[in-house]
Design a binder for this molecule. Structure first.
Ligand SMILES: Cc1ncc(COP(=O)(O)O)c(C=O)c1O
Ligand SMILES: [Zn+2]
Length: 388
């Protein structure tokens, strides 16, 4: 609503937010929407929030859509931040929480980003959207495009979980399965988009998905009564959730809602696809492609991310880090979380729990700290991963 311009995440140069944009024309890097936060803070107050609806649109002033009529919604956001006392007690943790993103439309946190991106596409009068996806973003894009009356062209690896593929078909999307990885799907979109008249909605190659995702950060603060946890564990592929939350923390500080303290942010990846973990451990500023990427946590099978340099900077600045866990640890973690807390989490969500165990064992996270695990999706979409 109070969007002023887009800023290049590499050099800071300002760009026009009044036209559809992809990466920055100056550096070819992600663009971040910028707001007049003084104006936003006049009506977006902690008190005002007490009476607003339970969706991410409660933070309307710091979301990019100009006119309410262009908002495309299925009720996304404001998911519960659930205490996990039984799981926590196993490790002596009194303040363990799970942000349960499986309660979003299409059962994953991808709904947040797609609600924002598709609303902006509607505002700009775009008609045909295209996206490469590991699975959950595809389902979300199919749903929001259908809701907006737009065409969705979706490219997924052929071995994406079946639920994601079926969901896209049933939501009326045009689905192409590629024998390769999400990076190959992205290359296909890039090759064909000009001729087909598609607008590319790839993670961080479109400026507004991150705006939907940043509401995770606003919600964390609001749900913890305007404090932030000591530690956040986030399962990382393209990284939009991680960078979005960090952006939200900065915005909230500039509006005077929180102080300077930040959670230590930990990126969790799979041992079979860990470009960010490797780069972090090597002290690099960007991440090399993970060759031969393989993991059953399809959302984590992202061998190369355009936002790598932003993520690595955040992990370092926050005093956090990056942890890789095996597929076996994740799958075992699903049952452990499920039987302790009643949530059938996605392997990506369970990965954060497996990573927490490593961090506790290493003394990197202490039992007296407050910890938030992100369950980004629903176990029920990954039936191939589980025995009976
Ligand atoms: C369930 C789930 N968790 C985590 C991720 C990774 O998210 P991001 O790309 O925001 O890092 C994905 C991406 O597909 C996902 O589907
Ligand atoms: Zn630039």
């Amino acid at each position: 609503m109070h969007l002023t311009h887009l800023a290049c995440t590499a050099c800071g140069q300002q760009h026009d937010a009044g036209i559809p944009q992809n990466v920055s024309p100056c550096c070819g890097k992600p663009l971040y929407p910028q707001y007049d936060l003084v104006a936003a803070a006049r009506t977006l107050t902690k008190d005002a929030l007490k009476t607003r609806g339970k969706s991410l649109w409660r933070y309307r002033e710091v979301l990019p859509v100009k006119r309410d009529a262009d908002i495309v919604t299925l009720g996304e956001g404001f998911t519960p931040l659930l205490p996990a006392p039984r799981l926590g007690a196993k490790h002596g943790l009194a303040r363990l929480f799970i942000k349960d993103e499986s309660q979003n439309p299409t059962q994953s946190f991808k709904a947040r980003g797609m609600a924002a991106a598709v609303s902006m596409a509607k505002q700009f009068g775009l008609k045909k959207l295209a996206v490469p996806s590991a699975g959950n973003a595809a389902g979300a894009m199919a749903a929001y495009a259908a809701r907006a009356g737009l065409e969705a062209h979706i490219f997924m690896p052929a071995d994406t979980p079946k639920a994601n593929i079926i969901e896209c078909h049933e939501l009326g999307a045009h689905v192409t399965l590629i024998h390769g990885l999400i990076t190959d799907c992205g290359a296909e979109v890039a090759k064909r988009k000009a001729a087909e008249g598609w607008f590319d909605v790839s993670t961080l190659k479109e400026p507004y998905r991150v705006e939907g995702k940043k509401t995770l950060g606003y919600e964390l603060a609001e749900q913890l009564d305007w404090t932030l946890p000591d530690v956040v564990l986030y399962p990382t592929g393209g990284g939009t959730g991680l960078v979005g939350m960090w952006k939200a923390f900065d915005e909230m500080e500039r509006m005077g809602w929180i102080g300077k303290k930040r959670p230590r942010m930990f990126s969790v990846q799979a041992t079979g696809c860990q470009p960010i973990v490797r780069a972090f451990q090597a002290g690099e500023k960007s991440a090399a492609e993970h060759v031969g990427a393989q993991t059953r946590a399809s959302g984590l099978r992202v061998p190369k991310a355009i936002g790598d340099f932003i993520m690595l900077d955040i992990l370092k600045k926050s005093g956090g880090g990056a942890v890789a866990v095996t597929d076996d640890e994740m799958i075992a973690g699903v049952r452990e979380v499920g039987s302790a807390e009643g949530l059938f989490v996605a392997p990506e969500g369970a990965a954060t729990y497996a990573a927490l165990k490593h961090l506790l064992a290493a003394g990197t996270v202490r039992a007296d700290e407050s910890v938030v695990l992100f369950n980004t999706g629903a176990g029920v979409k990954y039936l191939e991963c589980f025995g009976e």
